[in-house]
Structure formats: C-alpha cells, structure tokens
Write a protein of this length. Structure first.
Length: 458
C-alpha cells in the first residue's frame, strides 16, 4: 500500500509538472505571437516553468516579460526600458506611507495641479519637465498604471501583476499601453511648447495654472509664453486671468482692474490684482475700491488697496489713508501708517505722533518705525512718552531706539553720538537738549523736569 501511495504521489508530481510545463510553453507562445502583433523585433522566448520573453521596439525600447512563481502564487513582471528617452530623474509611484515619510523628511514631490492625481501619485523630477509631460492623457495612463501595481523610475516603466496575460489580446493591450506610456513620457527637447499647450487646453484649472506659472518662471520671453498668457486673459479661472495679465503688463491692466473690482473674484486673487496694478489704478479708483472692500469685509483686498494708495503718493492719497490710522482693525491701521510714509505728504509726521499713543501695540510699533523714517527731532518727546507708558514692552523700546538713531542721522548738523540711548530703569527717553545739534538721549534714571542735565556721551 505504501508503494501504491508513493506511486500516486509521484504521478501527481509528474502530472503537475507536465501541466505547468505545458501552460508555461503555451503562455510563452502566446506572448511571442502577441509581441509580433505589436511589431516588436528580436523576440526571444525562453523559460521552462517560468515563461520569459525579451524584444525590442522599432525605436529602440527594450521590452521584457517574465513570470515569477512564488509560494503564494505566480506574478508577472513586464518592463519597458528606455534609459535614453525617459527623463533621468523621473519617478512615478503610488502614494503610500513610505512616500509620505519621504515627502516629510526628504523633499516634497512635484505637484501637477490635478488634485486627484496628486493625491494618488508620488512624483519626482524636474518640475517644468515633469509637469509638461503629464498632460491629461498621460495622467490618466499613469493613474491606471500605479493603481495596477506599476511604477516609473530609473528609465523603466514597470508593471507587476498577478494577471499572467495568458491571452494574446490581454498581452497586446497591457504591454502596448506600457510602450505607449513610455513614449509619451520621453523627455522632449523643449518643454516650453508642452507647457504652453497644457496651459491653454488642459481641462483642470489647477493644471493650466501650474503649467502657466512654470512657463512664466522658466521661459518668460518665449513666444509660446506670450501666447499662453494671452489665452489666459479669457480663461474661466480667475487665477489664470491674473497670472496672464500680470505677465502682459499694460496689455493686461484691464483684466487686472476687472478682477480687482469684481466682488465675485476670490479674495486672494483680487488682492493680488490690486497689488499688480499698484499706482496705475489711480488714487480715486483705489480709494473707492478700498472703501467697498471695507464694506464687503474683504480684508486682504483692503490691505492691498491701502498699500497701492501709498504708492500713488501725494496729498490725496494721504487724505484717504489718514482716517484709517484710528481704525479698529490693527492690520489696516498699521498698513495705513506704512502707506502714509510712502506718500511723502508733509502732514504725515503729525499723524504718526498721534499714532504712537494708539491702543494697539501693532499700530504703536508701526508708528515708531515710521517716525524713524520721516520724523524729526520734535518727535522724540512722543517716543519718550510711548516708552514710559509701556515700560515692560522691550519690542517697543527697541523700535524707539531704532527710530531715535534714524532721527539722529537726519538731524541737521548732528554729529555722531549726539542722539544717544543710555540704559534707564524704565527705558525713559529724556529730551536733554534740542539745539542746532539736535541732542537727544535716554536718561539713566528719572529726573525732575527742572533738574534734567545732559547725558554725556562716552
């Protein structure tokens, strides 16, 4: 009985081997026939229990297919090698915990602007080249590849799957896709044309904008860049219109003005449009936009308009900005102070003297800094009072020190060291003399008004 059992086992092994061999030979023949159907050359069919095939395309891509048998089942590996065609640094993989770790501690991957693709695919390579290559069709094929277990790296397009592609149609379809994708990802001689085409035609607004931004940054003077920028002026996406208009200068001013004035424009885009226009918009229109944005509660646009008013310069701009210094929003008030300095209006220092007493620390600091830029020696008592009113505010004390140093440099006839800061108990700024030399110092201790004595410079 034992001999019979052994014979049965042997027969089973032989039968399984024979069936496996027959299946392997059948798969090998199917692959070879499919390779010829694909137009591959130099086809080599080898392998006994693990079918393997190598071939070459007419344009020099090397194709290989191999079955690898493991304890948990067989797996097929299909590779298209194109080291001379695929960008050397190009890498496309499925997102995973490993790629999340790499992005956090190594280097971020390249974003294409397509949110679904960027969430699913880890991308490495030169941004302008990779984004140019990943048009709509390429992104679709790459998504399909990585979801099926494939990747692109080191000059190879690889697919590992448990599907052995045992029919000719399956092999032709899958390997044909790998070959086509490899060709599509081949490095172009000049990516500018691809970036321009993607910026004008891709259905994803984020992809169009990403391509346009790379085109503007890398190839600003190319004809393709100006074509894409002009096309962007009528794009349905506000971000595209903004990017195109900024690049075109005067040609894009009308579009920038429309973006700035439209309450339906995303706030960040509208603010950037105002900044891009700057003084071109004019004092009156900029002030109108600022007041409308205040009513619409669009703070980013308000801040951009305040900055633009400062750049407009002159008394009209100063008149528009002055009331904002008392604004409840400290960011607006501080921005108004910075804008007032830029206007160059003669009344600005008196406004700043009031602002150093503002309830907001942010505004007080901005006023002190501004007085350092445009204030005269007469501003020093107000600076002294600000320090005395907030003796524990070291930041304010530092800002006052910088302001006094700047005033010293501008004081008519002042010699080095005549405006000085000395250590004091409460950081009190004492006016010890304002004469031709404009001498100002920070006293070492509180002094009575009638007993103040000049502090000697070391």
């Amino acid at each position: 009985m034992e001999a019979v059992g052994a014979l049965i086992v042997v027969a089973g092994v032989v039968t399984a081997f024979a069936m496996g061999l027959a299946r392997a030979r059948r798969v090998g023949r199917v692959w070879a026939e499919a390779a010829r159907e694909l137009g591959l050359n130099q086809i080599e069919d080898r392998g006994i229990l693990e079918p393997a095939l190598t071939a070459v395309t007419g344009d020099g891509l090397r194709v290989s297919a191999r079955v690898q048998r493991r304890r948990h089942g067989a797996k097929a590996r299909f590779v298209v090698q194109a080291p001379a065609l695929l960008p050397e640094t190009l890498e496309l993989r499925r997102e995973s915990l490993a790629t999340a770790f790499e992005k956090r501690f190594d280097h971020p991957d390249v974003e294409t602007g397509d949110p679904d693709f960027d969430r699913a695919v880890f991308v490495r390579g030169h941004p302008s080249l990779v984004v140019a290559l990943l048009d709509r069709e390429a992104r679709s094929d790459v998504l399909r590849l990585v979801r099926a277990g494939g990747s692109v790296a080191a000059g190879e397009t690889v697919l590992e799957t448990r599907r052995l592609l045992e029919t000719r149609a399956a092999f032709v379809d899958e390997v044909g896709r790998l070959v086509d994708l490899t060709r599509r990802l081949s490095a172009p001689r000049d990516p500018a044309a691809l970036l321009s085409a993607n910026a004008r035609k891709d259905p994803e607004p984020g992809v169009r904008l990403r391509n346009l931004e790379l085109l503007l940054g890398r190839f600003p003077d190319r004809p393709e860049t100006f074509d894409a920028a002009r096309s962007a002026l009528v794009d349905r996406d506000p971000g595209m219109r903004l990017a195109g208009a900024r690049h075109l200068g005067q040609e894009g001013h009308a579009v920038l003005g429309a973006l700035a004035a439209d309450p339906g424009t995303p706030e960040a885009v509208a603010a950037e449009a105002v900044t891009a226009l700057g003084p071109v918009l004019g004092t009156g229109p900029t002030a109108d936009l600022m007041h409308r944005s205040l009513r619409w509660k669009r703070p980013a646009v308000v801040l951009a308009a305040v900055e633009a008013l400062g750049r407009c310069g002159g008394p009209e701009a100063a008149e528009q900005l002055t009331p904002l210094v008392a604004d409840a929003d400290e960011e607006v008030a501080a921005a108004a102070i910075r804008g007032l300095v830029v206007t160059g209006d003669a009344r600005v220092p008196s406004v700043l003297l009031t602002a150093v007493e503002h309830r907001s620390r942010t505004v007080r600091l901005a006023a002190c800094t501004a007085l350092g830029q445009v204030g005269g020696v007469e501003a020093v008592p107000a600076l002294r009072a600000a320090v005395a009113a907030h003796p524990t505010d070291l930041g304010l004390r530092s800002a006052v020190a910088d302001a006094v140093a700047a005033i010293q440099e501008r004081a008519a006839g002042a010699a080095p060291g005549q405006l000085a800061l000395a250590e004091g108990q409460a950081g009190e700024l004492a006016l010890v003399g304002i004469g031709a030399a404009g001498e100002v110092a920070l006293s070492e201790a509180p002094t009575e008004p009638h007993d103040a004595e000049p502090v000697e410079e070391e």
